[in-house]
Ligand binder design. Structure first.
Ligand code: C2E
Ligand code: MG
Ligand code: MG
Ligand code: MG
Length: 285
């Protein structure tokens, strides 16, 4: 019996795996044409600074990639980004994201929004690519956008993959005035000794630590430790995935000065983002 169950389980698993790789192949082929067919877009999630007097203010946006396929519908970045990375498509797509996000920032400036920063996610593949600092410099130059307005988000994995290369690339970006932050901080294998060698200005505390903040004493200890360590190293912290007043209250108390999350706003299409900022949404929180 056990053997039979085992075999059935194995068969089931195999066909599931086959279905998965068939979907991956389908997505890869569709993704190859997504850019030229105008299926990719960016949504923007507001990022807030927390002031001492308990106010919050939009200070920037994180650009988040969206893909709508006519037959497949919306495909999640969690599903298509890994495919874009393994196929190399992330290079042209990532360049498009950078250009589109900074062009949007230019349009917001022209429309009279306050001076915001734009955070753009970078894949490890882009980070390892020789041209990155030159590409960033060229795009900023073409759009006449000061480098200080751009913040590049990098995961620990991308930085730790090859720390020596990471340090060189970070120095080159830093020399051009671009800021770097570590995304999903705490979920990768962090070598703390590298944190002081990496030219980063911000740690984004991963939402997995924020989620249960009000019930889980260990998560509170971790978040508290990250905020203190960052402070001691002269780094800023931003907490991701803030969904409740309770989480926000804890983060404020511990001295976290920046947040983003559904409590404030979901990622928004560009026009809705403008309305959100204009409405002075700080009044709600
Ligand atoms: P990330 O950079 O850590 O982005 C945060 C993710 O959390 C986003 O998911 C965002 O929509 C979601 N989020 C924001 N606030 C909340 C909240 O309060 N609660 C919950 N549950 N979730 C929240 P999204 O847009 O699906 O993106 C997933 C990941 O895909 C991103 O994680 C990033 O790693 C990657 N990604 C997205 N856009 C790009 C891109 O342009 N380039 C690259 N290389 N990666 C991207
Ligand atoms: Mg990010
Ligand atoms: Mg993150
Ligand atoms: Mg993430």
């Amino acid at each position: 019996r056990a053997k039979r169950d085992g075999r059935n389980a194995y068969r089931f698993f195999t066909s599931e795996m086959q279905a998965q790789s068939a979907r991956a192949l389908l997505l890869e082929n569709a993704l190859r044409r997504a850019l030229e067919r105008g299926q990719l877009s960016l949504h923007y999630q507001p990022q807030f600074s927390l002031d001492a007097d308990g106010e919050s203010r939009v200070v920037g946006a994180e650009a988040l990639l969206r893909w709508h396929h006519p037959e497949l519908g919306w495909v999640s970045p969690a599903e298509f980004i890994p495919i874009a990375e393994s196929s190399g498509l992330i290079l042209p797509i990532g360049e498009w994201v950078l250009v589109e996000a900074l062009s949007q920032l230019r349009r917001w400036d022209d429309a009279g929004l306050p001076e915001l920063s734009m955070a753009v996610n970078l894949s490890a593949v882009q980070f390892r690519h020789d041209d990155l600092p030159q590409l960033v410099e060229r795009v900023l130059g073409e759009l006449g956008m000061p480098a200080e307005r751009l913040e590049l988000e990098l995961t620990e994995g991308a930085a730790m993959d090859n720390p020596a290369v990471a340090i060189t690339v970070m120095n080159e970006l830093h020399a051009r005035g671009v800021r770097l932050s570590i995304d999903d901080f705490g979920t990768g294998y962090s070598s703390l000794s590298y944190l002081k060698k990496f030219r980063v200005s911000k740690l984004k505390i991963d939402q997995s630590f924020v989620r249960d903040l009000t019930d889980d004493a260990e998560d509170r200890a971790i978040v508290d430790a990250v905020i203190r360590m960052a402070g001691a190293l002269g780094l800023q912290t931003l907490a991701e995935g803030v969904e409740t007043e309770g989480q926000l209250a804890f983060l404020r108390r511990q001295g976290c000065l920046a947040v983003q999350g559904y409590l404030f706003s979901r990622p928004l299409p560009a026009e809705a983002f403008v309305e959100f900022v204009r409405a002075g949404a700080l009044a709600t929180v």
